[in-house]
Design a protein around this ligand. Structure first.
Ligand SMILES: [Zn+2]
Length: 292
């Protein structure tokens, strides 16, 4: 008998990333397009059709809230309402299946194999189109009673900022300042419309004062939000991922400085590091979750 086989399946709004693992070792990975037509009803069938064979377990990462019993409470990007995708996946494949939120999956991947390696208690924050985050405590993902534990993207940083309209319906959420979309928005408000997030960071790093102030504001709010999260969970390390974190040490150092300015004194020295697994973090995390 060889090692047990697992599939890690990270379902995104445009593509699904799938990895086949034997024991803990990745054997191969591939992608299938996400067919969001018809309420996303073909997504799991397309995944099942791409699998090269049976396995001992699988886990799905989905862009939505996952309740403790495996019920998914809407995935707007997939066209899914309240559903139980694990039941359908197992019916299609015969493979036992678990499900978790995509940011939580990436948090587990980064904690075990990436920027949080060596630590048991990690806060992971992914800064992309939106802000996703996840909490790993004692080496286990903590999803919370309603699947929203660690969602710092919707911490209210400035309820009176009516220009900061969040996709969740509130105003002044951390996401509206600290996501890539938020950085672009702040640059436009500062009189520099039409730039990408990368262009804003590149110009700031090259000495552009206006965009430097934009970046400082964004990183300042992120550091303040992370300080609030650390007051609650006091992790050993905070890992920053997603497209914004590709700005690297320039970005990380600014967030760390803002964090240390705003955190409770005893939280000083919390390690803030950069993610290392990139867009594979969720695929690794789901496979690890399947193996638990
Ligand atoms: Zn929000």
């Amino acid at each position: 008998m060889g090692d047990k086989r697992y599939y890690g399946v990270d379902i995104g709004g445009t593509s699904v990333k799938i990895g086949l693992f034997e024991g803990a070792a990745l054997q191969k990975s591939w992608s299938v397009p996400t067919d969001t037509s018809d309420g996303g009803r073909n997504i799991l069938r397309d995944i099942a059709a791409s699998l090269p064979g049976p396995a001992d377990g699988a886990a799905l990462a989905v862009p939505g809230a996952v309740l403790p019993d495996g019920t998914v409470n809407r995935c707007v990007n997939l066209g899914w309402g309240v559903c139980r995708p694990t039941d359908q996946f197992t019916a299609l494949t015969g493979i036992p299946c678990r499900v978790l939120n995509d940011a939580n999956a990436a948090a587990l991947g980064e904690q075990r194999l990436g920027g949080g390696r060596g630590y048991q208690d990690v806060l992971f924050v992914a800064l992309g189109t939106g802000v996703g985050s996840g909490v790993v405590l004692g080496g286990k993902v903590r999803s919370g009673a309603r699947g929203t534990a660690g969602e710092i993207g919707h911490l209210c940083m400035d309820p009176d900022d009516t220009k900061a309209q969040c996709s969740c319906g509130l105003t002044g959420c951390l996401e509206t300042y600290c996501s890539a979309t938020g950085v672009v928005r702040l640059a436009a408000l500062a009189g520099r419309p039409g730039l990408t997030c990368k262009q804003v960071f590149d110009a700031a790093a090259a000495g552009d004062e206006t965009l430097g102030a934009v970046v400082d504001r964004s990183c300042g709010i992120l550091g303040r939000g992370i300080a609030a999260a650390c007051a609650l969970i006091d992790p050993e390390a905070v890992v920053l991922g997603g497209g914004v974190a590709l700005a690297g040490e320039f970005f990380r150092a600014k967030v760390q400085r803002a964090f240390e300015r705003h955190c409770f004194h005893a939280c000083q020295g919390t390690e803030i590091s950069l993610a290392t697994l990139g867009s594979d973090a969720g695929m690794y995390g789901t496979a690890l979750y399947a193996m638990e």
